[in-house]
Design a protein around this ligand. Structure first.
Ligand code: NAI
Length: 466
C-alpha cells in the first residue's frame, strides 16, 4: 500500500466529518479543523434541533385535535425552558457522538479557525494560539450561513435568524416570518403549533418557489387551515419598536406600504456559502456567487484542494454534502470515484410534510422525456385515516416510452420517510411496473407509492380512474 496521504478537512459538518471518517477508514491521515462546534449547522443549529422542536409542536397540535377520537386533555401547558433543554440534550448527544466517532477513528481534531496559507499549509487560530499544519490535500467543507437583508440585521433578539428561533425564551404572541421557503414554513408552522399567531411574508407569488406546484397547493391550503397568514408578493422593508414595546414591520405590497405589528421577527430568506477568512485567494481560488466550482471528483481548480457540502453548490442539503464527502475521501485515497448520484431527495418538515426526489414533469420534458404521471391521494389510504392525516398525495413521474421512474413528489403523512423508496427506484433504474409489482405491507403509508405507480397505467385499485 502506498504511503497514506495527510489530509486537512476544514469544517466538521455532515460533509466534513463524514469525509474525515471515510478517509480514516481508507487508511489516510486526517486533521479536522472546526471553529465552532462539531456537527456543523445540521446538528447544532439546523436539521436536528429544528426537527426536535417540530416534533414537540406537532404533538401539541395532535393532542389539541384528539377530541375527534374521544381524547380531551385539559390545561395542556408548555414549559419552554424544558423544551429547549430537551432539544439541547439531543444536540449534545449527537455532537458528542460525532466527537467520539472522530476520535475512535483516529482523526486529529483541532478547534479553531482555519486559513489556507498555501496549497500544503493551513493555519489554525484557536483559543490557545496559532499553529500551522502541513498536508498533502485540503478538503474545504465550510458550509453556509443565513443571508441577512437590509433593515433586518440578526440581533437574535428582535430579529431572529433560524439559530435564534431554535432557542426561544418564550413563545412569541405574533411572529412575522420573512421568507416562505423551507426554513420559514417549517419554523413558522412549528411556532403556530406551539401557540403563536404567524404571518409569513414571501417575495414571490407563492410559497416554496421552485417546488412541485401541486404539492405546494396542498401546503398553502394547510397554511390557511392553520390560520397562518401568507402574504405573497410582499417585501419586508424595515422595522421599528412600537410604543407598547412591541415591534412594527413595514412591508411593501403592490406599491403600497403596510405596517404589521408583531412581537418577534424571524428572517429566513436563504443561505449563502461561507468562506470568509479562509484564504482562498492565497491559492488563487475564486468563488462564483460564493460557491467553489468543483468537478465530479469534488476537486476545485487547484488539484489537491477539494470542496464538499454547501460551499460546493446547490442543493444545500446535509445528505448531498455527506455524499460528496464520501466521494472526495475515495478520490483522495486513490479510488476511481465520481459524484454520479442520479437524484438528491429533498424533505420539508411542514404540516403536512413535503418530499420529492428526481424530476418534476417540467424537468422531465426539458430533459427530452415524454412524462406520464400517476397520483394516489392519502384520503384513500387506510393507514393515513388511522393517523388522522389524510391531506396530500403521492405522485410519480415516469417516462412514457421506457416506464422508468423519473420522479416521486409527495405531500402528506411521513412522506419525508417514504421518499427513500423513490430515491432507490431512480438509482436502480426501476420502472413503475417494478414498484407496482412489489408487495407493500398493509396497512402502511408506502402503499400510496405503489398505488401511484399503478395509477400511471390507470391500474390503481383503491381509486376510481376513468
Ligand atoms: P429558501 O431559499 O428555501 O427560501 C427563502 C424564501 O425567501 C424564498 O421563498 C424567497 O422568495 C423569499 N425571500 C427572499 N427575499 C425576501 C424578502 N426580502 N422578503 C420576503 N421574502 C423573501 O431559503 P431558507 O428557507 O432560508 O433555507 C435555506 C436553505 O437551507 C434551503 O435552500 C435548504 O437547502 C436548506 N434547508 C433545508 C431543510 C430541509 O432539508 N428540510 C430545512 C431548512 C433549510
Amino acid at each position: 500500500m502506498s504511503n497514506p496521504r495527510k489530509v486537512v478537512v476544514i469544517g466538521a459538518g455532515p460533509a466534513g466529518y463524514v469525509c474525515a471518517i471515510r478517509l480514516r477508514q481508507l487508511g489516510q491521515e486526517v486533521v479536522v479543523i472546526e471553529k465552532e462546534a462539531l456537527g456543523g449547522t445540521c446538528l447544532n443549529v439546523g436539521c436536528i434541533p429544528s426537527k426536535a422542536l417540530i416534533a414537540a409542536g406537532s404533538l401539541m397540535e395532535k393532542v389539541a385535535h384528539a377530541k375527534t377520537f374521544g381524547l380531551t386533555v385539559e390545561g395542556m401547558q408548555l414549559d419552554v425552558g424544558k423544551l429547549v433543554e430537551w432539544k439541547t440534550s439531543i444536540v449534545g448527544r449527537l455532537t458528542g457522538g460525532v466527537g467520539g466517532l472522530l476520535k475512535n477513528h483516529g482523526c486529529t481534531v483541532l478547534m479553531g479557525a482555519a486559513r489556507i496559507v498555501d496549497r500544503n499549509t493551513v493555519e489554525v487560530t484557536g483559543s490557545d494560539g496559532q499553529q500551522r499544519v502541513t498536508c498533502d490535500d485540503i478538503v474545504v467543507a465550510t458550509g453556509s450561513i443565513p443571508i441577512e437583508i437590509p433593515g433586518f440585521a440578526f440581533d437574535e433578539d428582535a430579529v431572529w435568524s433560524s439559530t435564534g428561533a431554535l432557542s426561544p425564551k418564550e413563545i412569541p404572541g405574533h411572529l412575522v416570518v420573512i421568507g416562505g421557503g423551507y426554513i420559514g414554513l417549517e419554523l413558522g408552522m412549528m411556532y403556530r403549533h406551539l401557540g403563536s399567531q404567524v404571518t409569513v411574508l414571501e417575495a414571490t407569488p407563492g410559497a416554496l418557489p421552485g417546488q412541485d406546484r401541486d404539492c405546494v397547493k396542498v401546503i398553502e391550503r394547510s397554511l390557511k387551515k392553520q390560520k397562518i397568514k401568507l402574504m405573497t408578493e410582499t417585501f419586508a422593508k424595515e422595522y421599528r419598536r412600537g410604543d407598547g414595546g412591541g415591534l412594527v414591520v413595514t412591508v411593501e405590497r403592490g406599491g403600497q406600504r403596510e405596517e404589521i405589528p408583531c412581537d418577534q421577527i424571524l428572517s429566513t430568506v436563504g443561505r449563502r456559502p461561507y468562506s470568509e477568512g479562509l484564504g482562498l485567494e492565497s491559492v488563487g481560488l475564486t468563488t462564483e456567487r460564493g460557491f467553489l466550482k468543483v468537478d465530479k471528483q469534488m476537486r476545485t481548480a487547484v488539484p489537491n484542494i477539494y470542496a464538499i457540502g454547501d460551499i460546493a453548490g446547490q442543493p444545500m442539503l446535509a445528505h448531498k454534502g455527506s455524499k460528496e464527502g464520501l466521494v472526495a475521501a475515495a478520490v483522495i485515497a486513490g479510488q476511481n470515484e465520481e459524484y454520479d448520484a442520479r437524484c438528491v431527495p429533498a424533505v420539508i418538515f411542514t404540516a403536512p410534510e413535503m418530499a420529492s426526489v428526481g424530476m418534476t414533469e417540467d424537468q422531465a420534458r426539458e430533459a427530452g422525456y415524454e412524462p406520464v404521471t400517476g397520483s394516489f391521494p392519502f384520503a384513500a389510504s387506510g393507514r393515513a385515516m388511522t393517523l388522522q392525516e389524510t391531506e396530500g398525495f403521492a405522485k410519480i413521474v415516469a417516462d412514457k416510452d421506457t416506464d422508468l421512474v423519473l420522479g416521486l413528489h409527495m405531500v402528506g403523512p411521513e412522506v419525508t420517510e417514504l421518499v427513500a423508496e423513490g430515491a432507490l427506484a431512480i438509482e436502480m433504474g426501476a420502472t413503475t411496473e417494478d414498484l407496482a409489482r412489489t408487495i407493500h405491507a398493509h396497512p402502511t403509508l408506502p402503499e400510496a407509492v405503489m398505488e401511484a405507480a399503478e395509477a400511471v397505467h390507470k391500474m390503481a385499485v383503491h381509486i376510481f380512474q376513468r
